[in-house]
Design a protein around this ligand. Structure first.
Ligand code: SAH
Length: 264
């Protein structure tokens, strides 16, 4: 069996319990060496074979998995964050299907969640933004034209931009061309949840300059949108005294006290 496991964003204890247990019983671990915290590998059992996929091709990864499978061993394919985001797992699963290798996915905490925690941020604030766009600039991997940063920027929703720290000038041009104002709040989160994490708060127009000043060129997320300021939002309905839910009666008197739910 091959378990495709999300390692979490960086901090060792942000892997799931299930992921940790799989890591502890695995006979072979193939980990994404460029971003997975190597401290996690200390959880593997004695004799576990450990390979760094950063130095391997897809063909080599699959061959190793197949050999392990034929020997009746348990493999963990350890990906950074959650494997569903830029994880290149579909191609692995298709090869495994062709070679009849059974697999299962164990989710992880994506870096976009780690970054929100580090920023002490709620991406979805009522009246500010109720959507999160997860995207990237086109690099060696192309992005379909209909998904350009410019077209997403037109929505003015919260945006979390992966894999683009080396292209901040172009990213900024695209964000501005799409309709974000130059003063729109933004943040750069470098190595979220790692000990060397850095958080930079700035505005869209200053993204490239600030990253350069801090010498941040990779392993960062760019968060953009009015929500980054974490202000100007409407109180939630769910926890408003006058709002009745399946689990809680409305407090009629409180309605008089609080009146309309306030902008905060
Ligand atoms: N599957 C991963 C993303 C892999 S793509 C996830 O769910 O997070 C790799 C990109 O993710 C990096 O270039 C960077 O943009 C981002 N990234 C991964 N870990 C990060 C972290 N701890 N802090 C900030 N960005 C991170």
């Amino acid at each position: 069996m091959v378990y495709i496991v999300g390692a979490g964003p960086g901090a060792k204890d942000l892997i799931t319990l299930r992921g940790l247990r799989l890591l502890q019983v695995a006979d072979l671990v193939i980990y994404a060496g460029s971003l997975v915290n190597p401290e996690l590998l200390t959880e593997t059992k004695e004799g576990c074979r450990i390979l760094n996929s950063a130095e391997m091709t897809l063909e080599q990864v699959i061959d190793e998995m197949e050999k392990a499978e034929n020997a009746g061993l348990c493999t963990v394919r350890l990906h950074t964050g959650d494997p569903c985001i830029y994880g290149a797992i579909r191609e692995q699963m298709d090869w495994m299907d062709r070679r009849s290798i059974p697999y299962e996915i164990c989710p992880g905490v994506s870096s976009f969640c780690g970054a929100a925690a580090s920023l002490e941020m709620e991406y979805t604030l009522p009246e500010v933004s109720q959507s999160v766009v997860i995207t990237r600039m086109a690099g060696r991997t192309p992005v379909p034209e209909r998904e350009s940063i410019r077209s997403f920027a037109a929505h003015q929703a919260t945006m979390v931009i992966f894999l683009s720290t080396g292209m901040l000038k172009q990213l900024t041009e695209e964000l501005l061309a799409g309709g974000y104002g130059p003063e729109t709040p933004a943040a750069i989160v470098y190595k979220a949840t790692w000990p060397e994490e850095k958080i930079i708060r700035c505005s869209v127009k200053d993204l490239a300059r600030r990253a350069e000043e801090e010498k941040i060129r990779k392993t960062a997320l760019i968060v953009v949108g009015q929500a980054v300021s974490q202000s100007g939002y409407l109180r939630s309905c769910l926890y408003a005294p006058e709002f009745e839910t399946e689990f809680r009666r409305a407090e009629r008197d409180k309605k008089m006290e609080t009146g309309k739910r306030d902008m905060i």
